[in-house]
Design a protein around this ligand. Structure first.
Ligand code: NAD
Length: 435
């Protein structure tokens, strides 16, 4: 098939490369000209295992990028992968979705003028961006119809096909999903997208647009709830001198529960969980329902970075002038993504209290530099630790598990681990956040 990918960020780049690998012709469209140039040079705009190889293999052959929407109507499917960040009060910001809908509509209309397209030319728009229930039907369809002068379900199709990939394992997750969800306006739209996933060997859920939109939010809200639950239990365990990892290991062996997302620590970040839970809360409250559980999930999450800073303050007796090494800036390991990383509120609190921050991340120094241009960045953990009064560990990178003698260069060997990744040593004052 000929496929357009609109937005070449995390989801768009991975979707584009994986579909090219499956043999489809893929055209990426992004409003960011720098990203377009990077894609055409075979360089993925993001750090993700296995992506660069796929870009190098397919660029200029099955994969290319442009900055305008004109060629879109020649494709069979266009996947919308633009960002849907939080606006004020946690409400979803649909401005990129609306802009993409407008430009898709305009492109479909031009196509009509050029080719007088007939019924066999049925372009399907597939929404991979995470959008609150009723967005595709009530926001996108009217815009696309207005600008294309065409009718949804007759002249073009639309489906909601949410993405469940995990950053750091995204290429693997795209081709090995647990399930594929296709919410469809009409059967014909669903068939076109279902064809693309033939042979994936996982359950395929065909449903309506708003159910598909809700499935994505319910999934993310549940995973975020598991993490906040683990943190709540972890905070109680800490008071009791119990290692919550021993507790959660046993809890997770119950097949009804599963061991995933039960690691207590500094909380969840990233471009999805915080904003998606917020957007769901906002949507619910707009409808007159106050989701108490989801509010608590966010409260617990916001409390964890405060706990780690309080622990540090207690240990040092004050933070002004202290040199604090931060190991890990990405919101999780194996990515350079710092969006909503728990390191952000921690660094903010530390600098507000007069501490000097010396940071190191294997992949995310550059991205964090645009958030905090005035802290010091280092190219190794050992460099960041040199002469430090204390160290906070904020991301579970594998390379931190191997740290050993590096702590010897610290002034005070105080290490507070927000992710249970450091191996405690006799010569360091090690403390876990909730164990
Ligand atoms: P991103 O910010 O990394 O990428 C978005 C891209 O869209 C950027 O390259 C931007 O330049 C481009 N863009 C913005 N407006 C555009 C427009 N009008 N036309 C064309 N391009 C435009 O975002 P992301 O992390 O890939 O997330 C995209 C969507 O997928 C979001 O809704 C997100 O919630 C959802 N999602 C993300 C993940 C993830 O792990 N990152 C997982 C599942 C779902």
């Amino acid at each position: 098939m000929n496929i357009c990918i609109i937005g070449t960020g995390y989801v768009g780049s991975v979707t584009a490369a994986c579909l090219a690998e499956l043999g489809h012709g893929v055209l990426c469209i992004d409003v960011d000209a720098e990203k377009v140039d990077r894609v055409n040079a075979g360089i993925p705009p993001i750090h993700e295992a296995g992506l660069e190889e796929l870009f190098q293999k397919h660029i200029g052959k099955r994969l290319r990028a442009v900055a305008d929407y004109t060629p879109l109507a020649d494709s069979d499917i266009s996947f919308i992968c633009v960002g849907t960040p939080s606006a004020k009060d946690g409400e979803i910001d649909l401005s990129a979705i609306k802009a993409a809908s407008r430009d898709i509509g305009t492109s479909l209309r031009k196509e009509d003028r050029q080719r007088h397209s007939s019924s066999e030319n049925y372009h399907v728009i597939a929404v991979k961006s995470t959008v609150v229930p009723e967005t595709a039907r009530n926001v996108m369809v009217p815009i696309i119809e207005k600008y294309s002068q065409k009718k949804a379900g007759r002249d073009f199709g639309i489906v909601v096909n949410p993405e469940f990939l995990r950053e750091g394992r995204a290429v693997h997750d795209f081709t090995n999903p647990d399930r594929i969800v296709i919410g469809e306006l009409d059967k014909r739209s669903g068939e076109v997208v279902a064809q693309l996933y033939e042979g994936f060997g996982c359950p395929l859920i065909r449903t309506d647009l708003k159910t598909a939109e809700m499935i994505k939010y319910a999934s993310n809200a549940f995973l975020a709830t598991k993490i906040s639950f683990a943190n709540d239990i972890g905070n109680i365990c800490k008071e009791l001198g119990i290692d919550t990892y021993d507790v959660m290991h046993a809890v997770g062996l119950d097949r009804r529960i599963s061991p995933s997302f039960l690691r207590a620590g500094a909380g969840f970040g990233g471009s999805c969980f915080p904003k998606d839970v917020q957007a769901l809360i906002h949507k619910a409250e707009e409808l007159g329902y106050r989701p108490k559980l989801l509010r608590s999930v966010m409260d617990v999450n916001e409390g964890q970075p405060k706990r780690i800073v309080r622990m540090l303050e207690r240990k040092l007796g004050g933070l002004a002038g202290m040199k604090i090494a931060i190991l890990g800036l990405a919101f999780k390991n194996d990515t350079d993504d710092v969006r909503e990383s728990r390191a952000i509120p921690v660094i903010k609190m530390l600098t507000d209290k007069g501490a000097k921050v010396f940071a190191y991340d294997p992949a995310a120094n550059e991205n964090m530099h645009s958030v905090f241009p005035n802290i010091r960045y280092h190219s190794s953990a050992k460099d960041a630790l040199k002469d430090a009064d204390a160290c906070l560990v904020m991301t579970e990178w594998d390379e931190f598990k191997k740290l050993d003698g590096e702590f010897k260069v610290m002034k005070n060997r105080i290490v507070i681990d927000g992710r249970k990744v450091i191996t405690p040593r006799k010569d360091i004052d090690y403390e876990g956040l909730c164990w």
